[in-house]
Structures are given as structure tokens and as C-alpha cells.
Design a protein around this ligand. Structure first.
Ligand SMILES: Cc1cc2nc3c(=O)[nH]c(=O)nc-3n(C[C@H](O)[C@H](O)[C@H](O)COP(=O)(O)OP(=O)(O)OC[C@H]3O[C@@H](n4cnc5c(N)ncnc54)[C@H](O)[C@@H]3O)c2cc1C
Ligand code: FES
Length: 286
């Protein structure tokens, strides 16, 4: 059992959940993730490690409500116990001295780049964090990211804050203006990651994307997270989640991600509403 220490909605539908997981906090490295089961009947769902504290044992995740399982998690309260947490999983992102590192992020990726930015800066890189959201009220972690990066650029699709457009537009412009980016790391939805890779490829800028296919066991046993990279079969849970954006078979990733869409939609319909039975109690379905 893993206790929820703190929970806060940092932007609409963006939930910061801090759990007590000392063994994970001791071993965690930037870019790794966990697999959680909210209760004994929940499916296993992967979440990226946003931050952790090896001294206190606290581990921070950013959870967006996407379907049934994330909703269960979000409806739990501080003091509640998460049934099962496995991790840290995945290959840590290689943190070394690259030069100028651009970290592009959207949705849960904004939380995911926090520890990456901190580690990259510690390794003497110049870190540019470029975060995108549909509108100003969907941005979060502004102060936290400013503290760990040399430059923080916010973009909004409606132009209500920062630069109008997407993170990839900023990267494209900087590369066209002749700025040298030595490494680009992208964490967000697959479309954003694919587009960013397309823009950096002609400039030959190494670009790593955090792939998020469906996962089940997270240990390379089930094959659910199979992706093709440079024509080779890889398992995102044990070979990734970071891969070369220029070598990923994106079409295959879309197809495999959508394999259970109907079931995911039906699952939400079947289980609504998911509510806590009493304040502070375990989440359960009615
Ligand atoms: C390595 C890795 C790291 C990840 N890190 C994070 C993270 O840090 N934070 C985070 O929030 N997510 C993260 N994810 C994604 C997260 O694991 C998935 O979103 C997961 O599927 C959520 O489970 P769910 O049951 O809530 O949603 P699912 O039931 O699996 O639903 C997923 C999809 O179905 C669609 N869907 C569900 N219900 C409906 C409906 N009624 N109508 C239309 N569409 C619907 C959703 O839009 C979504 O695209 C990560 C994934 C991976 C692989
Ligand atoms: S999740 Fe089963 S092999 Fe990766």
C-alpha cells in the first residue's frame, strides 16, 4: 500500500499527486515512470515521475483524467492508500553535458520535464524549457520550471499567454534563425512529439521523445508496448520510454494506441459515476 500525502489540482484536469514511496524515491532517475493500480481491481496505468525526494520518500506525479483508471486515482484523497505501485521503470534519460538542451512539453509532460531540466542544468547544459497549452489557465509549474531552467518559454494556442502557437513553432523558429540546439527532448502527446521530430530532422538535431503506448506489465514480458524504431521492434517499457524521434514508426504507434478505444469509452460509461464512498475513504465505483 502507498499512502497519498498530498493532492492538488494545479490546472484544470491536471492533478499533482504526491505519494509515499521511499524505495522508489531512493532509486528514481529523470525520465523514469511508475505503474500504478488505484485499487485491487484497477488496471495497471503508467505515470511519469515528475519529482521525488530521497530523504522524505515523497514521489510526485502529474495525472490527467483520461478515462476510468485515472479518474479513480484523482478521486482518491490524501490519507488514502494506492493498492500497488511498481517502479522506477524504464531507462533513465541520459543526463550528460550536451550543450544547449531544449525541453518541449505539453499536458503531463510539463510536469515530466521538471526533474529532467534540473538534472540537465546540473550537468552544465543551457536548458530551455518550452511548454505549451491551449490557453493560459492550463499552464502550471511556471515557478518550478523557471527555477531549474535558464529560459522558460510558454506558448498558448489561443495566444492568451506567451507566444501564440505550439512548442514546436518556437523550436522551428530558433533553428531557422540559426540557434544551435544540441539536444531536443519532447514529452507530450504523440502528435506533438512527431511534429517536433519532423522539424528538427532537417537540421540534424538529436531529438528524443518519451513514447507512451499502452502498457501492461512494464517489465518487457507482455509485448503490449511494442514500438518500431529504425525498423527494429522495441518495448517502450524496458527499451524506452525515450527513443529517437526521427526513427519512430509513428503510424504504428497511433494504430496500437487506438486498439482499445471502444472499450476505454465503454468502460467510462459503465462505471460512471466514480465517487469516494465517504470523505477520505478508498475510492470505489457505484
Ligand atoms: C511511459 C508512460 C508515461 C505516462 N505518463 C503519464 C503521466 O505522467 N501523466 C498522465 O496523466 N498520463 C501519463 N501516461 C498516459 C496514461 O498512462 C494513459 O492516459 C492511461 O491510458 C490513462 O488510463 P485511463 O484508464 O484513465 O484512460 P483509458 O481508459 O486508458 O483512456 C485512454 C484514452 O481513451 C480515451 N477515452 C477514454 N474515455 C473516453 C470517452 N468517454 N470518450 C472519448 N474518448 C475516451 C481518452 O481520451 C484517452 O485517449 C503515460 C503513459 C506512458 C506509457
Ligand atoms: S508493457 Fe508489457 S512489454 Fe512493455
Amino acid at each position: 500500500m502507498f499512502k497519498i500525502l498530498h493532492k492538488q489540482e494545479v490546472a484544470p484536469n491536471v492533478h499533482e499527486i504526491v505519494i509515499e514511496a521511499p524505495a522508489i524515491a531512493k532509486k528514481a532517475q529523470p525520465g523514469q515512470f511508475l505503474i500504478l493500480m488505484a485499487d485491487e481491481k484497477s488496471e495497471r496505468v503508467p505515470y511519469t515521475l515528475s519529482d521525488w525526494d530521497a530523504d522524505t520518500g515523497a514521489v510526485t506525479l502529474i495525472v490527467l483524467e483520461a478515462g476510468h483508471s485515472s479518474r479513480k486515482l484523482i478521486l482518491m484523497e490524501p490519507g488514502d492508500q494506492i493498492e500497488h505501485v511498481v517502479g522506477p521503470l524504464g531507462v533513465p534519460l541520459e543526463i550528460g553535458h550536451h550543450g544547449t538542451v531544449a525541453l518541449a512539453a505539453g499536458c503531463y509532460g510539463i510536469g515530466a520535464i521538471l526533474s529532467i531540466a534540473r538534472a540537465m542544468r546540473k550537468a552544465r547544459n543551457r536548458v530551455i524549457a518550452i511548454v505549451e497549452a491551449r490557453s493560459h489557465y492550463l499552464h502550471y509549474y511556471e515557478d518550478q520550471l523557471r527555477e531549474v531552467s535558464d529560459e522558460l518559454i510558454q506558448t498558448t494556442i489561443d495566444g492568451s499567454e506567451g507566444i501564440k502557437g505550439h512548442a514546436v513553432d518556437v523550436i522551428k523558429k530558433r533553428l531557422e534563425d540559426g540557434e544551435q540546439l544540441d539536444l531536443v527532448v519532447v514529452v507530450g502527446c504523440p502528435f506533438m512529439m512527431m511534429l517536433t521530430g519532423r522539424e528538427t530532422e532537417p537540421h540534424k538535431v538529436r531529438t528524443l521523445v518519451a513514447l507512451n503506448p499502452i502498457m501492461v506489465d512494464g517489465t518487457g514480458m507482455c509485448g503490449a508496448c511494442r514500438v518500431s524504431v529504425s525498423g527494429e521492434m522495441k518495448f517502450a517499457c524496458v527499451d524506452g520510454p525515450f527513443f529517437d524521434a526521427h526513427a519512430v514508426d509513428w503510424d504504428e504507434l497511433w494504430d496500437r494506441k487506438a486498439a482499445y478505444s471502444q472499450e476505454e469509452i465503454q468502460s467510462v460509461e459503465r462505471t460512471e459515476p466514480v465517487v469516494p464512498l465517504r470523505p477520505g475513504s478508498r475510492t470505489d465505483t457505484l
